[in-house]
Design a protein around this ligand. Structure first.
Ligand code: NAD
Length: 280
């Protein structure tokens, strides 16, 4: 498994398992077990996924040592203050059956994010989180955060896939030495990228699937990926991407299929950010 070094010197496995929308405890347990067997060590959950406790259970029951795992969770938008963020973090630790997280993210740039960041900084300084970051932050929100932050985010987790490549934000984050982590790396199975003709041609040339080519493309852009699947075969396939390389010409061809088409919520949509404060 390739590792990336974050701006605080900590390492992150460049590929992990996402568990968004896994709402059945047996499916969750089975997919974490399958992933661990295949060599996954990095797991991405969030309070709002309502499955942290099952992730915690599955990891606690495995024979992989805690120090060999990389666990990410995220504080949800209904927590808007320093104290609420502290309380939410403690709850996540309890559910995940651990006394520290490898990465904890502010899920969206919604109300109170600079206050929430202060809480993450204190938890980081206290050793309870090894790296802190944000999610769904675009340049204006990051610029604002950086005016008060004492610690620079290590990661920004943002929607990124072949039809929404985030080229401008990628350059901005790279310039700041903030790691770009892709959520929805496969276009959430709904962007159309998994049926793209250019990707199919490249996949056939390497005797790989389109999903594998997409994940390989992310890795070569130095992006962290957390593809989600509950199917053993796909979980195995999604980590089997370290034995081939896309050529410069193939990388350029993939850059050319970008449609700049977002598939999910927009961090610039103030109405949605407001609504999300009451979701839990
Ligand atoms: P994804 O891009 O990982 O797509 C998952 C879907 O792709 C699956 O449901 C399946 O339909 C398909 N798929 C998976 N493997 C495949 C394969 N080998 N071949 C063909 N199809 C395959 O989408 P996602 O789950 O939304 O994103 C990944 C993770 O990112 C999530 O599970 C979650 O952990 C995180 N996430 C974070 C945010 C955020 O706001 N920070 C938002 C969404 C997701």
């Amino acid at each position: 498994m390739d590792q990336l070094t974050l701006n605080n010197g900590k390492q992150i496995p460049q590929l992990g398992l996402g568990v968004f929308l896994v709402q059945d405890s047996a499916d969750l347990k089975q997919s974490v077990d399958d992933a661990l067997k295949d060599g996954y060590r990095h797991f991405d959950t969030a309070t709002i996924y309502h499955n942290e406790a099952w992730v915690g259970e599955a990891l606690a029951q495995s024979d992989v040592k805690r120090e060999d795992l990389f666990i990410t969770s995220k504080v949800w938008n209904n927590n808007t203050t320093y104290d609420e963020t502290m309380a939410a973090f403690k709850e996540s630790l309890k559910k995940l059956q651990t006394d520290y997280l490898d990465l904890y993210l502010i899920h969206w740039p919604s109300e109170g994010y600079t206050e929430k960041w202060r809480a993450l900084e204190d938890l980081y300084n206290d050793g309870q989180i090894k790296s802190i970051g944000v999610s769904n932050f675009e340049q204006p929100q990051m610029d604002k955060l950086l005016t008060t932050a004492k610690i620079k985010p290590a990661v920004d987790q943002i929607e990124t896939h072949p039809y929404f490549q985030q080229k401008v934000l990628h350059e901005y984050l790279t310039g700041l030495n903030i790691a770009h982590e892709a959520w929805g790396p496969l276009g959430q199975g709904k962007s159309g990228a998994l049926e793209d003709a250019t990707l199919k041609q490249i996949a056939d040339a390497h005797q790989k699937s389109i999903a594998q080519v997409i994940l390989r493309w992310h890795l070569q852009r130095k992006i962290i990926v957390i593809p989600k699947s509950i199917h053993a075969e796909r979980i195995a396939q999604n980590i089997d991407v370290f034995d081939f390389t896309l050529s410069d010409a193939e990388m350029t061809a993939i850059a050319g299929i970008d449609k700049n088409r977002r598939g999910s919520a927009d961090p610039n949509d103030e109405g949605w950010l407001k609504e999300s404060l009451s979701m839990n």
